[in-house]
Structure formats: C-alpha cells, structure tokens
Design a protein. Structure first.
Length: 726
C-alpha cells in the first residue's frame, strides 16, 4: 500500500493545480520533493497531515470538484461565451436547465437549455453515484455577444441553483496606438531616492511632478518609479516598496505637506512649520546621504496628525469633500482602523488577541487621533497623486506605476482578505545560476482557488486602484499570472513547488480594466520564462520588457538582438547592478562577499564579462554607434542608449542614475539586511541633476532618435565618422 502513496501524492497535487516538476534554468527537469508537495497541499487547504492521508484526500478532492455544478468564474472573450462546462448527477442529465444572465447594468437575459442540447464531455463515479460533465451551449457569439463587463450567470435545475461570474472582455489590452507606430521615451527614478532643495530629505509627490514637467520639456513622455503603496515605517520597519501594507492604499510618506491647503489654514500648524526645531530636523534629513525613513515619517506624521485633528473638527468646504470621499471609499475606515490598532498593539496582526485577529474591532481598540491621521493622510495622498497623474496624462503618456507581486504578510490586505491568500507559504523562486539556494520572498501568495471563490474581488480592486492614476502599469513578475513558486513554512526555498493560476481569467480582468482606464500594460517577463507565457503576453497585447543586461546574459544572443515592437526597452532594472557597476564587475565582488560565488566562479565571470565588453564594443562600432571598438564605460553607455533610441520599441526608459555612472545599486535581491536596500538617495539633488551635461546631453540625443529626425541609427559618433570618411 505504501508504494502507491508517491503516485497518489502526485495525483492529489495535480488536483490542486500544483506542478510536481519544473524545468530549471539549464533546461533540466527538477522533481518536487514529497515533503514540499505535502507542505504546499496543506497550505492550500488539503486535509493531509501525513502521507497516509493522501488516498482519502484524493477522494475528497474529486468529490468536491465533481459536486460543484459550475466553476465560480467563466470568460467570454470578445463577448462570446460559447459553451460552459456543467457537472450534474446522471439522474438529472435529462432535465431542462433554466438559465439567466444578469448584466452588470441590471438587465437580465433568460433562456432554457433542453436536455438534447447538452453534449456529454466525460463521466466520473463518485461515492456510488455517476456524474456527467456536459457542454452547455450559451447563445452569445461574437456577432451578438455580451457587452464587456462583469456579469452573473444563474442556472436552475431540479430545485438546485448554481451561479458563476462571467467576465466579458476584449482579448487584447488597451494600447493608445499599434505597437511601433509611436516611439516614446521616459526616465526611471525611485521617488524615495529623489531629493530637492524644497523637499524634506526624500522625494515627495511635488518632486515627482517637477521631474515629470522637466522631462516633458526635454521631450520625454513618461516618468517611471517604484511602487508608491503604503509600507511599514515604524516598529514593524520594512521600507521595501515590494512589501506594501496594502495594494489598495498609497504611502503618506510621499505627501508634500507644504502643498496642503490646511498647512496654511491653521495657525498652530503654520507656527509648527516655521519653528526652528522643525527647521533643524528638516535640515538634518536633507544633509543625510540616506533616506531616514523613521525620522522623516515621524516628522510628517506629527504635522499631519495636528492638521487632521483640527480638520475633522472644523466645518469647511474641504471637510465636506473629505466626508464625501469617505462615503465613496468605505474600505478606507477599515484600513485606518487596522493601522491604528497595529500602532497600539505594536506587533503584527497574527500575534493579536483573537477578536482583533479576526477583524472584530471597536473604537476602544485604537486612538481616535491616530485613526483621523490615517483617514486624512490617505485622502491627501490620493489627491496629490491624482493631480500629478492627470497633468502627466495631458502632457505625455501618463505615470508609469509599478504593481508589486506580493504584500507584507503582516499587512492589511492579508488580514482583511484572508481567503484570497496562502498564509502558510511564501512566494519565491527555485535555485538558479545566481541564487544557488533559491529565493524566499517572504510574502503570502494569492490563493489560486481562494481568489476565484471570491470572484477576484480583491484583484479587481487593486488593479482599479492603480489604473485610476497609471497611464502605464508594470506588472511585477508577470509569470505570476500563470504560476508561482511557493515555499511551505518551515522548508527551504529548494523544497518549494509551482502552483498554477487560471491565467485566462486574470488576463480577462487585466484587459477589461485596462480599456476602462485607458492604461497600457507591461509585463515583467525577465529571467527563466516559458515560451508559452511570452506568447500569451503577445496574444493579449501586454508589452514585454527588453533589458540590455538580460540580453547580454543570454548565451543565444552574444550581441544585442533587435528590440521587438511590443517591448519596453531599458538598460537594466532596479534589481540589477547599475550600468557602470555591471561593466566594472562590482556585482561580481558583491556576490562573492555574500557567499553566492566562490573565487573560481568569480574569476570565470570576470573573464566572461571582459570578453562580453569586447564583443559588445565591436558590435556597437559596426552599427555606427561608437567611434572605436574598444570603448570606455561612458562610450558604451551612450552607444547602447543610441541603439535603444533608434529601435522600434514603443517606449525606451532610462535610469537617470546610469547617466552619471552611479556605481551603487538601489537594491540587491535576496540580500535582506546585508545591504542598505531602498535607502540610498541619488548622488545629486534635482536642481543639480537637471543641469548636468552628462544627464541632459544623452536625453536630448535620445529625444532626437525617438522623434525620427534621422534614418536608422544616427548618433554623435555616426556623424563624426561620416565627416572623417568624406
């Protein structure tokens, strides 16, 4: 009997959409361990404490799937639902089914499906009863399809009722123009790293607006930044923009206090803002080379709390607008209560008393002024960001925002949306050539079945939250629409396994919401990504990413291949070494220090990097982008930018820090506390940065190439070569 368990364990895993094996970066098949599969199955809700429980769990899972008449979600591409799988006991197979679709507008469409119209797909015996899966014909084809939107399909048969969410969506996501017909460019800079003479030691929404205006003056269309969502900056300190408290609320850390009408309205606030004490604090924050999150947030919170305390008590037109905002956003009070309770408890929610842990909060659980602070600060954060986004859309392509893959396990979203998360596992990545032990990213993944049972309510909410202000939205780790590597609690990253999601349902939601908000979509598809995922991105018109550093690291492309028309092009990303650091091999030294490379491996990588630089130099020289085939780092930078600028990419993004050859990265993945991630300010403040010739010059050249003022690749060096040849 025991010999059958491994086979049945794999069967159970497949019933829960868990992959029992995967292909690694070298193309070799890796089998998931029995321990890892059991742990992940438990995390997903399977009743298995040990291997001996597997046979019964298989029977229980089969029973639950066959006794579910219809799936909770169905997709109608281009309004065509076609047919629907319906599972019924055999004794009901010859009875008519009454059908109704209730449109999101409130209208209803009814029809009856006769038994003769049911086409048998397959049968299954469960507990002595036979179940039959049918194809139910639905009278909505492409020419007379459902309007785009979220509708409900109701089925009634023999006094049984079932319903499903129908997502009617365009097959392709929104795009302002066909890929390749408009060649835009923009810049990337983390907002926390930006600083100016007027801000308080880190960038704020007004700084982002100023940068956006300047880029538009130079000819650019887009400013991209890291996620701007709320994070923990207190006793639960984690400033990573990829570990937000919530994907539904913005980070008040970026509020420009001087830009608030209330900052000049209240006498006590004006006195505080002009006090020498506060001035000295701000001066100290400005002089630091690092973003002092705790100090700066404490200072802003002190002022915002004082404003909020007075604001909620004194009648005004603004307070009336605030009251209407709260009515339109009922979840905000829930979020503010969570944050206020967190401050009082000073511990993550899994450690709270049971009543609080289960979401039953009362006024005595938190401080009222703290609640008012979170309500007010969220309102003004959205107000400032929305004004910035509207201006950016009027003058260019709009803001380029970033949607993180996960959220902080101790944050609001996991607390409130428990059924939508796998709380007993974390997302990560299997071992690869760089991270030889695998990666544990530490966040609770979305539950593949839980989000479906909740009809993707949470997913739709966080997409709408971003798309209201994003002209372009980057989807972090887009492979997560298809599958995600999950690591059960207590196990090593190498013992995880991939769990699958219903990708077509997620693509349908993305496409529908992108059209409703007129937002471009970009999928971060870097690393080891199966070909079918890139094919799906193309099919649904989600732009892929073309990153020079990844292209060079691919053995099949020893030089740069042409940039595809559906890709957003850049030199690197925030998770990579800067351009200068890469060519100086500083990332190799860093990996040695962290124990990810031994000496022989480091020597091999250095030799490979030097050879790659020689090959790239010759390639760029032949293309006419360099005056020499032995370039220095500056020449290499300009040559690569010119190749991207002359490409057919619809958008080229430039990391501003690369232009002055910054050697220090903003983030070293999987380094945890070993590196000062997310805290380094830019070397130059905004005022100096936009005057430096090494910044302005390449951007003006890029603008000329993007405008099509020259045929093919024409750069500063191409013109010089032509003159010499004549």
């Amino acid at each position: 009997m025991a010999e059958r368990f491994p086979s049945q364990l794999h069967s159970l895993a497949r019933l829960y959409d868990i992959q029992t094996s995967y292909f690694d970066v070298k193309g070799q098949r890796r089998q998931a361990t029995s321990e890892g599969l059991l742990g992940l199955l438990r995390s997903l809700g399977a009743p298995v404490e040990r291997v001996q429980d597997v046979p019964a769990a298989v029977r229980e899972r089969q029973r639950s799937l066959w006794q579910r008449a219809v799936d909770p979600v169905a997709v109608a591409w281009e309004g065509s639902l076609g047919s629907l799988s319906v599972r019924l006991p055999a004794k009901m197979a010859r009875r008519a089914i009454e059908c109704q679709i209730r449109l999101e507008t409130g209208e209803s469409i009814r029809w009856a499906c006769k038994p003769s119209a049911l086409k048998t797909k397959r049968k299954q015996d469960i507990d002595g009863s036979t179940y039959i899966e049918h194809h139910l014909a639905v009278p909505f084809k492409k020419t007379e399809g459902l309007p785009f939107g979220y509708h409900r399909l109701f089925l009634e048969f023999d006094h049984h009722h079932s319903e499903t969410l129908v997502i009617s969506a365009p097959r392709q996501a929104y795009c302002r123009a066909a890929p390749g017909t408009r060649k835009s460019w923009g810049v990337f800079l983390p907002l926390y790293a930006m600083h100016s003479a007027r801000s308080w030691g880190a960038g704020d929404f007004t700084d982002l607006l100023t940068l956006t205006d300047w880029i538009h003056e130079v000819g650019g269309d887009v400013v991209a930044t890291l996620p701007l969502l709320a994070v923990f900056i207190d006793h639960m300190y984690d400033p990573s923009p990829y570990a937000p408290v919530s994907r539904l609320f913005w980070n008040e850390f970026y509020v420009d206090i001087a830009g608030l009408p209330e900052a000049q309205r209240f006498h006590d606030v004006k006195t505080l803002l002009s006090s020498p004490e506060l001035g000295n604090e701000i001066a100290g924050l400005r002089s630091s080379s690092w973003v002092e999150y705790r100090r700066l947030m404490a200072l802003k919170k002190r002022v915002l709390t004082e404003i909020a305390r007075k604001f909620v008590r004194e009648p005004s037109d603004r307070r009336e607008a605030f009251r209407r905002y709260l009515q339109e956003h009922p979840d905000l009070n829930d979020y503010a209560e969570f944050r206020a309770v967190t401050e009082r408890q000073k511990t993550p929610w899994p450690n709270w008393p049971e009543r609080l842990r289960e979401g039953r909060l009362v006024e005595e659980d938190y401080d009222r002024d703290t609640l008012a602070y979170y309500l007010y600060s969220q309102w003004v954060a959205e107000e400032q960001l929305h004004a910035l986004a509207e201006r950016s859309r009027r003058t260019g392509q709009g803001l380029y925002l970033d949607l993180p893959l996960g959220v902080h396990t101790g944050g609001y979203d996991v607390w409130r949306e428990r059924r939508s998360f796998v709380t007993e596992a974390s997302g990560g990545a299997p071992p690869d050539a760089v991270f030889t032990k695998g990666q544990d990213w530490g966040f609770a993944p979305l539950h593949p079945e839980g989000v479906r049972q909740e009809e993707y309510r949470y997913v739709i909410a966080y997409l709408r939250h971003h798309m209201r202000d994003a002209g372009i939205l980057r989807i972090d780790h887009v492979m997560g629409l298809h599958r995600l590597y999950m690591i059960p609690k207590g196990l090593e990253p190498s013992q995880g396994a991939y769990a699958r999601y219903r990708s077509q349902e997620l693509y349908a939601i993305l496409s529908l919401e992108s059209h409703r908000h007129r937002t471009w979509l970009v999928g971060e598809n870097l690393g080891t990504v199966p070909s079918q995922i890139n094919a799906a991105l193309a099919r649904h018109r989600i732009h892929k990413m073309y990153v020079v550093q990844y292209e060079l690291a691919t053995e099949s492309h020893p030089v740069l291949r042409a940039v595809p028309r559906d890709s957003i092009a850049s030199l690197n990303t925030h998770d990579m070494p800067t351009f200068a650091a890469y060519w100086k091999g500083l990332d190799i030294e860093d990996r040695c220090e962290m124990g990810l490379l031994d000496h022989s491996g480091a020597d091999a990588e250095r030799n490979s990097r030097h050879a790659l630089q020689r090959t790239l130099g010759k390639f760029l020289h032949k293309k006419g982008a360099l005056p020499t085939d032995s370039p220095d780092v500056t020449q290499l930078l300009h040559g690569c930018l010119d190749v991207l600028g002359a490409s057919q990419a619809p958008l080229v993004l430039v990391n501003l820090e690369d232009l002055w050859l910054e050697p220090e990265p903003q983030n070293v993945p999987d380094s945890k506390d070993q590196r000062p991630n997310w805290t380094r300010k830019t070397r130059y403040g905004f005022e100096e940065m936009c005057e430096r010739p090494e910044v302005v010059g390449p951007l003006r050249t890029l603008n000329q190439l993007r405008q099509g003022n020259a045929s093919g690749l024409t750069s500063r060096y191409t013109k010089q070569r032509k003159i010499k040849e004549e």
